[in-house]
Design a protein around this ligand. Sequence first.
Ligand SMILES: O=C(O)CCC(=O)C(=O)O
Ligand SMILES: [Fe+2]
Length: 327
Amino acid sequence: MSARQTAEKGLELWRSGRMAEAQPLIRRAAREGEPRAQYQLALWKIWGDGAERDLASGHKLLLAAAAKGVTAARLTRAALLANGTGVAEDWGAALAEVRSAAGQGDQMAQQQLALLGAMNLDAEGRPAGDPPEGRRLSESPVVDWAPNLLTPEECAWLRARAAHLLVPSRVIDPKTGQTIDHPVRTSDGGSFGPPDEDLVVRAINHRLARVTGTETAWGEPLHMLRYRPGQEYRPHFDFLPGEANQRSTTVLIYLNEDYEGGETAFASGLKIRGGLGDAIVFRNLLADGRGDPMSKHAGLPVTAGEKWLATRWIRQRPYHPWGLQPS
Ligand SMILES: O=C(O)CCC(=O)C(=O)O
Ligand SMILES: [Fe+2]
């Protein structure tokens, strides 16, 4: 079999869920320099699934695949340059990779450039202008309103990019620390982990840091939720039992408005229904750092249509989903 045929067979097996059979074929084809196999192996090494996490060799494989014209590899490298995963954070270098992929005709890259071009960003991808005007909705719990935080195009980008991330929602079991199915949250969800945090998502995460007065590095990966009729998020706290690096702040961004029901409801009686791109910011902790009992909230059941939401849970200190230290 040629390297190309080996790669094709390996990818086909992997797509049909036959990981154990796919792995040796992808590894062999990657060793023989087949670019799509190199890209797939890079993703496994970076995510640490299908191969042990090895960021350095993941980056090498990304570069090799990118040099042979795999623009998706270039875009993954751009994402990791933008968020500093396995390589020093470098917005300028990340942008150069996206431009190069766009020049090779990659549509995702071209769309990213169009969205980034409409943002007012500094040389590091952070918001350049004044922070947007907010309005306090409530003092207890502390809830602020940030209208039009995202443009309709940015909302559409997040919805489209999230489609492949969605799985039935899980929560962390306070007793075991494990992620489990839970009836409290019946929506589908998924997050933009480091390789999925493209430059548009990264720039949005910088904006969320700005609007909350926090650091981008403190945020958990941006989390997407999609509720269908009957789905809901029952009353809960966002702070985590026994956690030292707490979720101090939550941002919810409403990514569409063509649905019924589904308001965000606080135990205090405050109910919010955001329009397209509107956001709320609320604090989960009291001034002394304990959980605020008034911060209990719910996503009420959707009664018609689909509700799309992006959530950023922000910690008190740097947080990395893979436990990596900031470089
Ligand atoms: O769907 C909602 O409005 C609430 C979502 C929520 O509570 C969360 O993502 O933590
Ligand atoms: Fe919540």
